[in-house]
Design a protein. Structure first.
Ligand code: ZN
Ligand code: ZN
Length: 297
């Protein structure tokens, strides 16, 4: 599976994980460092990745006013999962061929591949420069997004230096390494656990599931079967019990007129794709089938 290793990414991710282990060193902990890590985690992972990168830029489920779109895209870049162009192109490639040939992190290649190994390998399904232009022309045409894509490493280093200057080692280790590792595995669980565990409410041509505990730690992104059924929807938790913190934030942003053009599926759309009571495995391909249960809203 990992015959050809993507060394820069593999070394970078390993260093970040080893750096997070330093947090257990007694001298490196401080309560302020923990608070900084939590705030930055919400800002970069929740607002930056979930609301901006994913629901706004990738799927255009909402439109943020331009200054806020740019500010939240900067936060997304500081989540250090790639610049907006490469993130959006990779994610659009995932939706175009989810769990099939051509999916950069398809569950058809196993749980660990979908979770993280897909980045450690030289992966031909990850869009190259030419494919990024084809998959994300709306972002490639914007100079600010090209800037964020080009300088994402430098921006992370700037943040690290600022944290060290302001709060010393504990802010640096907790605000960079611990935050990144926690947010990484949250995002990665959307690709792995939310394509494996939980229930399916809607017919989709992939293995996506609604997984409550992934939703809880990823600002609502774990309602992933809903999302694959209605990728354009700014709202992922479609039932009342499917708590979706990003949706609450989007509703607030709309209320204060910072977001508009909010898209959600109509009742007819939902009815058309609704699974009444399904324990399907055959249509989802052999092996590694998720535990699927139909649900009713
Ligand atoms: Zn997915
Ligand atoms: Zn998506």
């Amino acid at each position: 599976m990992l015959k050809k290793i993507n060394w820069p990414v593999a070394v970078g991710l390993t260093v970040i994980h080893v750096g997070a282990l330093a947090a257990f060193w007694p001298g490196f902990f401080s309560w302020s460092g923990l608070v900084v890590a939590m705030l930055l985690s919400c800002a970069t992972g929740g607002v930056g990745i979930t609301v901006c990168y994913h629901r706004s830029l990738t799927h255009r489920g909402l439109k943020l006013v331009k200054p806020l779109e740019y500010a939240t895209a900067l936060l997304g870049t500081l989540a250090f999962q790639g610049g907006p162009i490469s993130w959006v192109a990779t994610h659009r490639a995932h939706h175009a061929a989810a769990d099939r040939e051509g999916d950069p992190h398809g569950m058809d290649r196993g749980f660990l591949w979908a979770h993280m190994l897909w980045m450690f390998a030289r992966n031909s399904a990850v869009p190259n420069a030419e494919e990024r232009r084809r998959l994300a022309p709306d972002l490639v045409s914007d100079g600010f997004y090209r800037f964020l894509d080009r300088f994402s490493i430098e921006l992370q280093i700037l943040l690290a230096v600022a944290l060290f200057a302001a709060g010393g080692w504990s802010w640096f280790i907790w605000g960079i390494f611990v935050r990144l590792v926690v947010n990484y595995h949250g995002t990665w669980l959307v690709n792995s656990a939310a394509h494996a565990f939980g229930y399916r409410s809607y017919k989709t041509n992939d293995r996506s599931t609604n997984c409550w505990w992934v939703a809880l730690i990823t600002w609502g992104e774990g309602w992933h079967n809903n999302h694959h059924a209605f990728p354009f929807s700014a709202r992922h938790g479609l039932r009342r019990i499917e708590i979706d913190w990003s949706w609450f934030l989007i509703k607030f942003l709309a209320f204060v007129r910072l977001a508009s053009d909010i898209k959600v599926p109509t009742a007819e759309m939902r009815e058309r794709l609704r699974l009444a009571s399904v324990r399907a495995t055959s249509s989802m391909g052999a092996g590694r089938s998720p535990n699927m249960r139909g649900t009713e809203s």
